[in-house]
Design a protein around this ligand. Sequence first.
Ligand SMILES: Nc1ncnc2c1ncn2[C@@H]1O[C@H](COP(=O)(O)OP(=O)(O)OP(=O)(O)O)[C@@H](O)[C@H]1O
Length: 263
Amino acid sequence: MRIEARGMSWGVPGKTIVRDVDLVVEAGETVGMIGPNGSGKSSLLRCLAGLRAPTAGVVRYDGADIATWQARTRARHAAFVEQSAETESDLCVAEVAMLGRTAFRSRWRAPDATDRAIVMAALERLDLGPLADRPWKQLSGGERQRAHLARALAQRPWALLLDEPTNHLDVRHQLELMDLVAGTGQTVVIVLHDLTLAARYCDRLVLMRDGTIVADGPAEDVLTASSLREVFEVDAEISPDQDGYLSVRYRGASRKGNEQVTR
Ligand SMILES: Nc1ncnc2c1ncn2[C@@H]1O[C@H](COP(=O)(O)OP(=O)(O)OP(=O)(O)O)[C@@H](O)[C@H]1O
């Protein structure tokens, strides 16, 4: 599914938070959204998910303006996993993942064998099969994060919109999750703070600053020493590793103009 934002802005009274965004994510592409804290990544992702109504411009899925769609219709197209989704629930893991099937059932129909098979397959893909019956409250932060992604996969969407889905995960699960999401063939927009991970797994990176997209392209073009200094205010060396992926080595925080700060 192709996702497109045209001339899109969003904000709250007195404050524009996302400004004049033009972004196209082609079907099957994995696009990484990067940028410093507060640069508008989550806000833009929520607009792309239809959870925020743009104050200007439009968001389209395969050419259709999603503004008029019901939540259920949107959920059949795109699954959104929010940043550190802190659900408190008396449900078990499989029941939380089953929430991903809600858009496919009438309110009164209980989950059937197909729903259960889809949920179990999603849990297995996230290495959570053995925890299916575990109460949600007993899960670690990383297990919860994986369970939220399982819920999103159980939604069987055309697109995954993921806000920092790796921030609680150990290194193995980070790599497995990125392998999984980049290998699904679905359209993926993923907010990441780990620039090396973003460079390795994403077809394209979108760099945000102050609510606007300041660079959009392959990692080699977006991640440069000058863009990291300008936008993230860090001094870094960026070079291909032995596998050909870009690797970012930080030398320290800098202020704009490359003035060194005390470490
Ligand atoms: N509902 C809101 N009301 C007022 N300000 C908001 C609202 N939502 C977001 N903001 C502000 O908009 C800016 C962008 O927030 P957003 O969460 O989109 O940034 P982000 O790039 O995802 O940040 P982070 O990397 O810290 O998660 C921040 O300054 C935030 O405080």
